[in-house]
Design a protein around this ligand. Structure first.
Ligand code: AHR
Length: 507
């Protein structure tokens, strides 16, 4: 007998709003994310605007990506922004010591990034350099980007062709300060973060949301140290606190760091071990949130997971420093499980950024280095199917399931995951069946509002490691027909290893 589940959704009881920024993205100067991914240069045969690939922009616009983090990652803490402005032919080069030890010509810099954000309709999230930079360098960058009127940095910006200031809402103060961002202790970094944040000024109407570089995985002590450092919350001098958000990073890596496993070749046991790691994100969000609650019960400080996703061994034959990996149905289900956890913690988790958008780690888009062909990954489709959750009110879902728990090593994994939200007279329910082999029958008990039309979509494939290439794009979204609400109950049949969304018109 197949497993079954029942989920009760009160359509008229709205919870916290799911920030659209939970669907954020990340573009680092790493491998072929920027060069060859987003940016090909103006002389490329690939259609572009000022060097930015238009096919990539078009594909990403369909996701409504809310924000884009740049220039790193580890790269952020060795990036000197002044090297990336002015005529491209005159920009100095540097060595990207973190990622492949390759030369970086700085042809993609501040103006190119801001143009990319404008093309995408995404808000910029710029990550400043604490590890090898200076307070003045960061302060000048903020002034260059956001100040109006007349000042040294404004004159420099205008000389480089940009008259008006840009709007930059999100500002990162370093990255992974416990590691590649300077190998600091938590207390040392907390002091530095306050110092840097002090000089990242709000110019004119531009109000910065300053983001402190947070913990790795379950380092709750790091979060506690940062929460003590933000302590001016609500005081007259710094009513918004020194920084407004703090991060943590969590990657889904089932194997040891030295051998993370192949993106494409894995056994069913590896698949389940991956899902256990993916589901753990909820424990980590809850853990960091609990620490924050002790110091900030009114939830003024946002928790931000600005790097998440799968991290596999690089594809054979590719540069180990470029972190290029394929992307399968397994990756798509990692994403859908993460989003359910994000939705459930929308009261504290205000932003999340998948690592990374193009050609690096769990990418939405892969581009061929030779032909330039663009491929949409299974993960891309999860982002697209879920986009109506952005800025929707979360709906609590109560689940009773039979036979959806399985033992994986020493862990228990629930192979059914679900979340729901409502906006503009509609509700979106996301349902994941993680079982590798068996379909799942789910009865959605829809209470509180009558339901009119129902539309379903499904993402699945024959094999767990099904993926897309330039020649085979079979992992794609299909309509899920035959859905009807009877006596307030909607029965949804979810195939094995599949992700389903159901959109309901509320009457
Ligand atoms: O996303 C790749 C790298 O992972 C980032 O540069 C760094 O912040 C993290 O360790």
């Amino acid at each position: 007998m197949n497993a079954s589940a029942k989920a009760i959704i009160n359509l008229d009881v709205e919870g916290p709003v799911i920030s659209r920024h939970l669907y954020g993205h990340f573009a680092e100067h790493l491998g072929r994310c920027i060069y060859g991914g987003f940016y090909v240069g103006e002389d490329s045969d690939i259609p572009n605007a000022g060097g930015i690939r238009l096919d990539v922009v078009e594909a990403l616009r369909a996701l409504n990506i809310p924000n884009l983090r740049w220039p790193g990652g580890c790269f952020a803490d060795e990036y000197h922004w002044m090297d990336g402005i002015g005529p491209r032919s005159e920009r100095p080069s540097m060595v990207n010591t973190h990622w492949g030890n390759v030369e970086e010509n700085n042809h993609f810099g501040t103006h190119e990034f801001m143009a990319l954000c404008e093309l995408l309709g995404a808000e910029p999230y710029i990550n400043g350099n604490v590890g090898s930079g200076t307070v003045k360098e960061m302060s000048d960058w903020v002034e260059y980007l956001t100040r109006d009127g007349d000042s040294p940095m404004v004159r420099l910006r205008k000389a480089n062709g940009r008259e008006e200031p840009w709007t930059v809402p999100f500002w990162g103060i370093g990255n992974e300060a416990w590691g590649c961002g300077g190998n600091m202790s938590a207390q040392h970094y907390a002091d530095e973060a306050r110092r840097y944040a002090t000089y990242c000024r709000d110019h004119g109407d531009n109000k910065l949301y300053r983001i402190a570089a947070g913990a790795s995985n379950d380092d709750y002590a790091w979060t506690e140290t940062l929460m003590k450092a933000v302590n001016c919350l609500g005081c007259a001098k710094e009513p918004r606190g020194y920084f407004q958000g703090l991060t943590f990073h969590y990657y889904t890596v089932p194997g040891p760091w030295s051998d993370k496993g192949s993106a494409l070749e894995f056994e069913v046991d590896d698949y389940y071990a991956t899902m256990v790691k993916a589901a753990r994100v909820e424990e980590l969000i809850a853990g960091h949130a609990a620490v924050m609650d002790c110091y900030d019960p009114k939830k003024k400080v946002g928790l931000i997971l600005d790097e998440w996703g799968t991290w596999w061994n690089v594809e054979p034959g590719t540069n180990p420093g470029f972190l290029y990996q394929q992307n399968t149905m397994r990756d798509a289900l990692v994403a859908s499980v993460h989003f359910d956890a994000f939705h459930r913690h929308a009261d504290r988790l205000v932003m999340a950024n998948i690592a990374q958008t193009v050609n690096v780690l769990q990418a939405m888009i892969l581009t061929d280095p030779d032909s330039g062909a663009l491929v949409l990954t299974p993960t891309y489709h999860v982002f697209e199917m879920n986009k109506a959750h952005q800025d929707a009110a979360s709906l609590r879902v109560d689940v009773a399931s039979e036979g959806t728990t399985r033992t994986v090593g020493e862990d228990e994994l629930d192979t059914f995951s679900v979340s729901a939200s409502t906006k503009d007279g509609r509700a979106l329910v996301s349902l994941t069946n993680l079982d590798a082999d068996s379909p799942l029958e789910v009865d959605l008990d829809l209470r509180g509002r009558a339901v009119g039309g129902v539309r379903g979509r499904v993402l699945t494939a024959d094999a767990l490691n099904a993926h897309n290439t330039a020649d085979a794009t079979g992992v794609a979204v299909q309509d899920l027909d035959g859905l009807a609400v009877e006596n307030g109950v909607l029965r949804v049949s979810i195939p094995a290893h599949a992700f389903v969304t159901v959109e309901l018109d509320l009457v």
